[in-house]
Design a protein. Structure first.
Length: 126
């Protein structure tokens, strides 16, 4: 017979294993690079995403939550585009932001070139 103490310890260990396994897996973000360029050293909201080839897509699952505004990520990523750094432009207003803690999302990553340099931005996947 297996002791009650052993059963409780086994249950506690299994709970820990499953909670670690599920960490960061409640959110799945499909990112499509529609900039027309390879993106190097991509960083988004403190997360290093690495190299994203032009016209490619990948799935990011390494977070527990993120902030959206108008149904796209509030924080804009930074990257190197043909050796040039993108400009991080902070939002002037953070009203109507929402913290998202679960779900599957599809976003296009696009590039805008203005007077102050290159800037990445999000839109819903099309």
């Amino acid at each position: 017979m297996v002791s009650t103490c052993f059963k409780i310890c086994l249950l506690a260990i299994c709970s820990c294993v499953f909670s670690f396994d599920a960490h960061g897996q409640k959110i799945k973000i499909h990112i499509y690079n529609k900039t027309g360029y390879d993106l190097d050293s991509v960083v988004w909201d403190g997360n290093y995403l690495g190299h994203i080839q032009k016209d490619s897509a990948f799935v990011f699952t390494g977070i527990d939550e993120f902030i959206t505004q108008s149904m796209v990520p509030f924080v804009v990523p930074s990257a190197l585009v043909n050796g040039r750094n993108t400009v991080l432009q902070k939002a002037k207003c953070s009203t109507k932001t929402k913290v998202v803690k679960s779900g599957v999302f599809y976003f296009d990553l696009l590039l805008w070139e203005g007077e102050r340099g290159l800037r990445l931005y999000w839109q819903g996947h099309r």
